[in-house]
Design a protein around this ligand. Structure first.
Ligand code: FRU
Length: 469
């Protein structure tokens, strides 16, 4: 087997070890920063290891380079520097707010007892070269009494010269909730309100995000504990958003909840607005407590990756996701065909755009030997065979029409965007490549126009390409 056969060309991944949530996303002084939950050297199927952060930075979201570990667990965050976000001050200082996780030794359930979550601030004034001391702002004894010990993942923003923060929470009555805090200086915080649903919508909401998009206000969060349904909540934990109505400083009304992604591997997304005003979302292409295998752990010593950055735009109450345009700079060797055909990528990294003439017509696409995408006029289905799926089998999404599709194929991850990103499916898959990383895609799509490009590796990942390391 080829060494590093599943390492990615144009997706961010850990240099080694374990990665989960994207953290601290921002652009400051023209430099983009992508931090992430990181456990260097220790990929583990159950993900149970003390986490810190890793850091990529660069002039755009394609030309990023790995910057190392910005900080390590100490006293305030002994058992993990957990997830958090970035706020960029006018002078370019990056304020990183995150959760310091402490687990006390003893016979605890760590839900109602035995855990301390500190909300911590650490700052960098030189774009991540040096960092301030960590500062505890508030934490477990100060959170509302009707919260369990699960309160975490601060996301901070500013509106009308006031700072706001959302924190994900599990309430004592097992309702997932979001705590809203406000502050005048970003240091001393006051509880503004607790937003939840009357009937529990999951027992815990992780990684909340609150943002404006084209005049609407949205809350993104990750509810845990929703029961699976044939076309909804198919993963063990979900990630989605709903539109909120009403003023931030008042109780807001939740509109329907839409899942960000209908594939097997998507969780804990975070968004930020860059200096050009684009609202960009990056997700973790993975899941906590996942019931699926991940053979990169034993074969290659790394686990999990991030999705490509996705620019958000609205279609009514729905949010559409479009891969960031800079990815097109990695395209090479264009080919064009129609209907049906075979396309071979020598290096298993490609970008495909399809425009269907009849949006109700059935079609089928096979990627390698293990992945099949089908549409029957009502439902798109993503099927993986036993080998490629490692426990993943089928994911489905309803679609009354499919007008177009974009496939990002990258060695062991597939992202599919239907109807200009209204429905997205992200999944890891593990093709056993026969020679090199040769991968064949077979289209059976009558009347479709198909454009395909091979994709080059991003600079950060080039060093792992065979023959170059
Ligand atoms: C989500 C999450 C967060 C937490 C982090 C720890 O995947 O559980 O709630 O801060 O991962 O790595």
């Amino acid at each position: 087997m080829q060494k590093n056969q599943w390492r990615l060309a144009f997706h961010l991944m850990p240099p080694d070890g374990w990665l989960n949530d994207p953290n601290g996303l921002c652009e400051a002084n023209g430099v983009y920063h992508v931090y992430f939950q990181y456990a260097p050297n220790t990929p583990a199927p159950d993900g149970r290891m003390a986490r810190t952060w890793g850091h990529y930075a660069g002039p755009d979201l394609i030309n990023l380079t790995y910057q190392g570990v910005p900080f390590w667990p100490e006293t305030l965050d002994r058992d993990g520097c957990y997830s958090g976000s970035a706020f960029v001050e006018d002078d370019g200082t990056i304020d990183l707010y995150y959760t310091g996780n402490i687990k006390e030794a003893g016979d605890y359930d760590y839900i109602h007892d035995g855990r301390i979550s500190n909300t911590i601030l650490i700052q960098t004034q030189d774009g991540g070269k040096t960092y301030s001391e960590k500062r505890r702002l508030f934490g477990t004894p100060e959170y509302p009494k009707d919260c369990t010990r699960h309160v975490r993942d601060p996301k901070v923003w500013q509106e009308d010269d006031q700072y706001y923060m959302v924190l994900g929470a599990r309430m004592q009555d097992d309702h997932g909730a979001v705590l809203f805090y406000e502050s005048l200086d970003g240091l001393s915080w006051r509880l503004l309100k607790i937003e939840s649903t009357q009937n529990a919508f999951g027992y815990m909401w992780e990684c909340p995000d609150y943002f404006e998009l084209e005049g609407g206000t949205f809350l993104s969060f990750c509810p845990q504990g929703l029961g699976a349904e044939p076309f909804r909540y198919q993963n063990n934990h979900q990630a989605g958003y709903c539109r909120l109505q009403g003023a931030l400083r008042e109780k807001q009304l939740f509109r329907p909840f839409y899942e960000w992604d209908m594939g097997f591997d998507f969780y804990a997304p975070q968004s930020f607005s860059d200096e050009r005003g684009r609202r960009i979302l990056i997700g973790w292409a993975g899941l906590p407590d996942k019931p699926y295998g991940n053979p990169t752990v034993d074969a290659e010593g790394w686990e999990n990756c991030l999705t490509v950055p996705r620019v958000l735009f609205r279609n009514g109450e729905r949010i559409c996701q479009k891969p960031i345009s800079g990815l097109k700079r990695l395209r090479t060797d264009p080919v064009r065909f129609s209907d049906s055909g075979r396309w071979v990528m020598p290096d298993a990294a490609g970008d495909v755009e399809l425009a269907f003439k009849d949006s109700k017509a059935a079609w089928q696409i096979r990627i390698g030997s293990g992945v099949r995408l089908t549409y029957d006029g009502r439902v798109v289905a993503l099927r993986l065979d036993d080998e490629a799926g490692c426990g993943r089998k089928i994911r489905k999404a309803k679609a009354e029409a499919i007008r177009n599709a974009r496939l990002l194929i990258d060695r062991s991850i597939l992202e599919v965007y239907f109807n200009d990103g209204e429905t997205v499916m992200t999944t890891r898959y593990y093709e056993r490549f026969a020679e090199g990383r040769r991968l064949e895609v077979r289209f059976n799509c009558e009347g479709a126009e198909i454009y395909a490009w091979r994709m080059q590796s991003m600079p950060a990942n080039k060093i792992y390409d065979e023959g170059e390391n």
